[in-house]
Structures are given as structure tokens and as C-alpha cells.
Design a protein around this ligand. Structure first.
Ligand code: NDP
Length: 322
């Protein structure tokens, strides 16, 4: 089968299309023939070596497709079922072995590309607003990188929950997209000081929660944007890792909370995974959650997809098509 593989860490040029042996199944596993593969920023962390990886590696953590074969002891899935999975590595491939416990059935009304585009970033936006911090009506939230994959979904879900949404983006074009997704206020943080603007927009009070996936370049000012007893949810590091910091700062800045969550810990049980996915599919079906696909690349062009994502050109989701 064809798959994208890298043998050393580096820039996107390390991603190569290769012919790999067909994978074999163990008990409880399912072979999925992929139809659409989600590209996520976490794939870039693994490629760069920011997160530990065993080399050579087939990157990718998300795809939709059909069940091609089931292993022993699999009773819930059958050949031909339409499925989607997240957080199972090796998805940049024509075939992927997935534990049945991590597979989710795609409802008839949902297109396979939409399912692949919605899953990882959608489940993330779901747990960030329904678990990590429970967004309530009347909250004011700050979402960084609001035109990104997770960002656009976070904006929409926070608006569904009747929170006021302030978001940051790097360009006027992205500002337009974030506004269309429902953001109340958009700050172009490459031109404006977002922390000062947040103080102005909240009459000096600050926000209840900051969803910060940018990390190094925003962390300090995200803390300063919070109200007393506010929550900083640091869930990514697109601009680089946050340096070590003194927890006493949380005290002096107003008894703040800081968390660094992972999707895996908020979909730890099958029940939690399927319940969050069911909410997502329901919102997509009833039109309250729009999935924006920025571009589809052939699998062999994974390098171009990574270059687009890390150069901040993209809005919404990138897919690879095998
Ligand atoms: P995005 O589509 O949001 O792309 C990243 C965005 O980050 C860019 O478009 C850009 O938006 C912004 N950014 C700011 N500084 C930089 C920089 N120096 N280099 C590149 N991008 C930068 O990606 P995803 O939706 O896939 O992921 C968003 C974040 O969420 C990532 O950090 C990812 O790791 C994290 N994540 C965390 C999860 C968790 O459970 N902890 C799960 C899923 C994702 P702009 O141009 O507007 O600044």
C-alpha cells in the first residue's frame, strides 16, 4: 500500500510517498481503507521531533474510510461500514489498522470528507468547551488563531453556548472568515496589541477563559487578558513551546487557573469518545456547526499540505485524498 513516511525529523521535505507492506490485523483491530485523511498541527510536531516519535514514522492521526477487514473478537463493525477515527497514528496511508474501540461509525447523512474534517479538531473544540472549561451563557472567551481548524469550530460552539467571543487572527482575510463564523470581536494580533484590546473590549475586566493554541508568542499576554479567577487553557504551541514559568504568577495575577490538556485524556473511554462525536454529528446535521474545508491535496502532496499549514496560509481544514 502507499503511505507517506519520514525517516528523519526536519522540514516538510522529509515527507516521502513510499510503498509499504500491507498491514496485518490482531484481535480487536479493524483495517480501514481510507477515503479522506485529516491534516492537523500535531502531525507537524511529530515531523519536527517536538513530540517523541519512533522512526521511520507514517504520520497522521485521523481519517475516514470504509472497513476493509475485521480482526477476531470484533463484533461492532463489519466490512463496508463507513467509519472515522482519531488519535491512532499512521493515517497518512491507503490502509490503517485501528483498534475497534477507537472507531466511530459515520452517520448516513454525513459525507466522509466532512467526517474526516470534523473529527479531531471538532472533538477538541468539544472537550475544550464541555469539560476542560464549561462555557456558560454570558461568559466572555478569547480564542487565539480563530480562523484555524480548531479556532473556527471553537468560535461556533462558544456562540452556540451564548458566550461572547473575542478572537485573534493574523490577517484581514482571516478576520473576515472569523467574523462569518460568529466571532463578536476580531483582533488582528499581528498589527494590534491583543491584550490591550481585550482590556478595552471588556472595560478592564478581562475574559473568563482564554483558549490559547499559539503558545510561546501569546502565553504571557493571554494570562494578562484574564479576569480574576479566569482560566488559561493552553492547548497547543503553534508558535513554539512556552518556557518554564513560576506558578506564583497565577496567584499575583488574580488566583488564575492554568491547564495544558490533551484530546486523548478527554476521550479516554469509548463512551466519552462516542458521546462527543454524536454531539458533533448532530450539530453538523442540524446546520449549527459548519465544517470549512480549505483544500484537498492528493496523498502524495502531503509536503505541500504541511508547508501551507505551518506558513499560516490556511483557513479551516486541510485533507489528503489517497
Ligand atoms: P490551525 O489551523 O489552527 O493552524 C495553526 C494556526 O496557528 C495558524 O493558522 C496561525 O493562525 C496560528 N499561528 C500563530 N503563530 C504561528 C506560527 N509561528 N506558526 C504557525 N502557525 C501559527 O491548526 P489546527 O487547528 O490543526 O491546530 C490548532 C492548534 O491546536 C495547534 O497548536 C494544535 O497543536 C492544537 N491542538 C491541540 C489539541 C489538544 O488536545 N491539546 C488537539 C488538537 C489541536 P494565524 O495566522 O491566525 O495566527
Amino acid at each position: 500500500m502507499k503511505a507517506i513516511c519520514f525517516h528523519q525529523h526536519g522540514d516538510a521535505r522529509v515527507l516521502q510517498l513510499e510503498e509499504l507492506p500491507a498491514p496485518s490485523l490482531r484481535d480487536g483491530e479493524v483495517l480501514v481503507r481510507t477515503q479522506a485523511i485529516g491534516v492537523n498541527f500535531i502531525d507537524i510536531y511529530f515531523r519536527r521531533g517536538v513530540y517523541p516519535a519512533k522512526l521511520p514514522m507514517v504520520p497522521g492521526n485521523e481519517a475516514s474510510g470504509t472497513v476493509a477487514e475485521v480482526g477476531n473478537a470484533v463484533t461492532d463493525f463489519h466490512q463496508g461500514d463507513r467509519v472515522v477515527f482519531v488519535m491512532t497514528s499512521g493515517s497518512y496511508a491507503e490502509n490503517v489498522v485501528v483498534p475497534a474501540s477507537r472507531l466511530v461509525r459515520v452517520p448516513d447523512a454525513i459525507d466522509s470528507k466532512v467526517a474526516a474534517a470534523a473529527m479531531l479538531q471538532g472533538l477538541t473544540a468539544h472537550y475544550l468547551t464541555h469539560g476542560c472549561f464549561w462555557v456558560q451563557k454570558g461568559n466572555t472567551v478569547l480564542v487565539h488563531a480563530g480562523a484555524g481548524g480548531v479556532g473556527l469550530l471553537l468560535i461556533q460552539i462558544c456562540r452556540m453556548l451564548k458566550a461572547k467571543v473575542i478572537t485573534t487572527v493574523s490577517s484581514e482575510e482571516k478576520a473576515r472568515v472569523a467574523r462569518e463564523a460568529g466571532a463578536d470581536e476580531v483582533i488582528v494580533y499581528t498589527h494590534e496589541d491583543f491584550q490591550q484590546k481585550v482590556q478595552q473590549l471588556t472595560a478592564g475586566a478581562g475574559v473568563d477563559v482564554v483558549y490559547d493554541s499559539v503558545g510561546k508568542s501569546t502565553f504571557e499576554d493571554s494570562l494578562k487578558s484574564l479576569k480574576t479567577r479566569g482560566y488559561l487553557v493552553l492547548f497547543g504551541q503553534s508558535s513554539g513551546a512556552v518556557p518554564p514559568f513560576d506558578p506564583q504568577i497565577l496567584n499575583t495575577r488574580g488566583s488564575l487557573f492554568l491547564t495544558r490538556p490533551s484530546l486523548g485524556h478527554y476521550t479516554a473511554t469509548r463512551r466519552e469518545l462516542t458521546e462527543r462525536a454524536e454531539d458533533l454529528f448532530r450539530w453538523i446535521r442540524d446546520g449549527s456547526l459548519k465544517i470549512q474545508i480549505y483544500k484537498e491535496y492528493p496523498l502524495r502532496d502531503a509536503r505541500l499540505a504541511h508547508e501551507a499549514l505551518e506558513s499560516r496560509q490556511t483557513v479551516g481544514k486541510i485533507l489528503l485524498i489517497p
